[in-house]
Design a protein around this ligand. Structure first.
Ligand code: PLP
Length: 397
């Protein structure tokens, strides 16, 4: 058996250093609990950035994967497969939209949304092709492709990667005035995270999403919600836009859509928008593969059947109240919705994360001063109580 140390050294030696992982090796995992090669156990409070909303290896998802592995795993979209139609119908039912376009990673779904918006702008709105503009928010995180980092305001994400993609304007997150001022006759879309996850669990000012949606409607601009991290019950609603009764023109979906087993992403929208694609205009070899579709279909059934949004809402409130009992004047704010919670410190949070891990709780700081807590939604109250005791030991001063 290789030790955690040996495994980490090998990864550092042979892997490009585009990540700086915390010093914990996952060997096995089940539900909210991860075990390292030495047999030590930890609570997973990151859930792979919300891709593991179901916890690790949910038995029904594993079964769905196994069943599909015994049938067919990949067809490409050159042919039909027997699961894709059912999955598409389910995504449409869950989002309330007419159509879905499957991809694999979140970044691909974001790219797909950008392409959709530009085409819609050219084909439907009548903007001259090449003049389309898309508005985005400061401190956004939408992924890592060249076009997506063009939209980023994080120097670390952009350094050395130019030239960038034209056609984007950045406004302050939460500023209706800047949104209004940013819109002109060439604006085709406003892309926004309903809660900014990577920026540090930033909840927008009350009413912003609703008002922004109305501003977009008044100017014939598509409102695109990147729900890759916030979607599928994480924030206590199926989609975080529901907190303000907003139904976006396009949902961008990923992470939990694949049940924490396989990369499945998608955009969903109505026919007047997703109808802009014709054969040959966009695609992906693995997008819509039957293995992903089978797992994802089961995942969506579980979320609805077990009422994950309500579970996340109730456990989130319980968890937040416990976190608020922690006495430490380095803590500036505890915020979030459902089971997407940020604890912001006035100081660098990395030493606190180290203490959390030493106490058996896996979490990670985002933007230096905020620790994100996003446990699997089916975590039990008993586990949550135990984890909270450990969190208190690590974070109390
Ligand atoms: N959009 C949001 C809001 C995200 O949080 C992320 C990933 O963290 C992405 C897009 C990119 O997803 P992926 O890493 O699967 O490309």
């Amino acid at each position: 058996m290789q030790s955690s140390r040996e495994i980490m050294q090998k990864t550092e030696k042979y892997g490009a250093h585009n990540y700086h992982p915390k010093e914990v090796v996952f060997e096995k995992a089940e539900g909210a609990v991860v075990t390292n090669p030495e047999g030590e156990k930890f609570y997973d409070m990151l859930s792979a950035y919300s891709a593991l909303n179901f916890g690790h290896r949910h038995p029904e998802l594993i079964q769905a994967a196994k069943d599909q592995l015994d049938k067919v795993t990949l067809t490409s979209r050159a042919f039909h497969n027997s699961v894709l139609g059912d999955w598409m119908q389910k995504v449409c039912e869950v989002t309330g939209k007419d159509m879905v376009l499957p991809m694999n990673t979140g970044a691909e779904a974001v790219e797909t949304a950008l392409k959709t918006a530009r085409r819609w702008g050219s084909f439907v709105k009548g903007v001259e092709d090449g003049k389309q503009e898309i508005l985005v928010c400061a401190n956004n995180f939408h992924g890592r492709t060249i076009t997506i980092i063009t939209m980023s305001t994080d120097p670390d994400a952009r350094r050395g990667y130019g030239p960038f993609t034209p056609g984007f304007k950045v406004i302050e997150y939460g500023s209706i005035d800047q949104l209004k001022a940013g819109i002109n006759e060439n604006t085709v879309a406003f892309l926004v995270e309903p809660i900014q996850g990577e920026a540090g669990i930033i909840v927008p000012p009350a009413g912003f999403l609703k008002e922004a949606y109305e501003v977009c409607k008044a100017s014939n601009v598509l409102f695109i919600a990147d729900e890759v991290q916030t979607g599928f019950a994480r924030t206590g609603r199926m989609f975080a836009c529901e907190h303000e009764d907003v139904v976006p023109d396009i949902y961008v979906l990923g992470k939990a859509l694949g049940g924490g087993i396989i990369a499945v992403s998608a955009i969903a929208g109505n026919k007047d928008i997703l109808g802009v694609f014709e054969p040959g205009s966009h695609g992906s070899t693995f997008g819509g593969n039957p293995l992903g579709a089978a797992v994802s279909l089961k995942a969506l059934e579980i979320i609805q059947r077990d009422n994950y949004p309500e579970m996340a809402e109730e456990k989130g409130r319980y968890f937040m109240d416990k976190l608020k009992e922690i006495k430490n004047d380095d803590i500036v704010e505890i915020r979030g919705r459902g089971l997407l919670i940020g604890v912001e410190f006035s100081v660098n949070a990395a030493p606190y994360v180290k203490k959390l891990i030493e106490n058996g709780v896996l979490a990670k700081e985002t933007h230096e001063k905020t620790i994100r807590f996003a446990p699997p939604i089916p975590i039990t109250y008993e586990q949550l109580d135990d984890a909270c005791e450990k969190i208190k030991m690590a974070l109390a001063k």
